[in-house]
Design a protein. Structure first.
Length: 315
């Protein structure tokens, strides 16, 4: 389980997902065998959010999770921390939505008070009979896309867990490359555009995973023991964040060197960042050691450049 913070660097159009917290998920069978209480991915996510809120008590966070984290239980957890935490995730077309329970005035009548009001149409019923609005929104990969939207509000109900006020959004991609989707947020003051752009922003975490597999060796370790995974994986996720932050602070003479080029490439990628950071470490740390500096300085400028060009991508 990985919790990342989305950061927009000035050298890239898309946001970067920088891992800050990780937790190891164990299957129910493994927990049962070890005599431990099983924790679902949603449970682990809630624990990571609690840690983040405890560390940064003055900050407000918007949590963008995919369809694995769109449960009513998670929405209740976030709603209890309203003002500090907001959830944006996928929604259910047939979700049970209601009005709030009627206010009880005067003398209390017999029986239990009502926990929900009148039933509202489901999102898919509203979409079927409503006019659609058009928006131009930020899309996957840093581009933009024209979409049609329908939205609504209601109280999401689940027996035994109560009501959660939500804003739901239906999105139809006019280009036709993506299927229709339903999203929701626990912050009903968000605009429809903010909901869509917040959710699609979480796709940058998939880019993080892909780049970590390619350049940091994630999931290539031969150690499958729990202790080995607990040692290696958090270090690799932390290293990704450290490299990105170091690159953002590098002097321009290091940051301007691109490691991998292809036709149409405009933005900096992690391959550029890690190569530039390695080059900086070679020059400012390794070759600055008194025992190495005189020999390095004797090399011609062209040979030093060739040497660093070979060393930086490799180690």
């Amino acid at each position: 389980m990985v919790l990342s913070v989305l950061v927009r660097f000035p050298f890239c159009k898309r946001q970067w997902a920088l891992p800050v917290l990780v937790a190891l998920y164990r299957s129910e069978a493994d927990n049962s065998k070890a005599g431990k209480r099983h924790k679902t991915p949603q449970h682990l996510l809630r624990q990571l959010c609690c840690v983040l809120l405890r560390w940064f008590r003055q900050r407000r966070f918007v949590l963008a999770g995919d369809g694995d984290y769109n449960s009513h239980e998670t929405a209740c957890f976030v709603a209890q921390r309203r003002g500090r935490l907001t959830l944006v995730s996928k929604f259910y077309p047939d979700a049970r939505l209601f009005e709030p329970p009627p206010a009880v005035g005067g003398k209390k009548g017999p029986g239990r008070p009502r926990v929900k009001g009148a039933k509202l149409p489901t999102p898919q019923e509203v979409v079927a009979c409503s006019a659609r609005s058009r928006l131009n929104v930020a899309w996957y990969g840093g581009g933009r896309r024209d979409v049609e939207v329908v939205s609504g509000k209601g109280y999401w109900y689940k027996a035994g867990q109560g009501l959660v006020e939500v804003l739901w959004v239906f999105v139809h991609d006019l280009t036709g490359t993506h299927r229709d989707e339903y999203y929701f947020t626990t912050d009903v003051t968000m605009s429809v555009q903010e909901v869509i752009e917040t959710y699609v922003g979480r796709w940058n975490e998939e880019t993080t995973f892909q780049e970590m597999r390619s350049y940091l060796g994630l999931e290539t370790t031969r150690g499958w023991k729990e202790k080995t995974v607990l040692r290696a994986a958090p270090c690799l996720f932390g290293l990704y964040t450290v490299v990105a932050c170091l690159y953002s602070q590098l002097p321009r003479r290091y940051a301007r060197i691109r490691a991998v080029l292809w036709p149409g490439k405009q933005d900096v990628t992690f391959s550029d960042a890690i190569t530039a950071v390695r080059r900086w470490l070679w020059v400012e740390w390794v070759f600055s050691i008194p025992g190495y500096k005189p020999a390095f300085d004797k090399l011609s400028r062209s040979f030093r450049s060739l040497l660093l060009h070979a060393l930086a991508p490799a180690a």
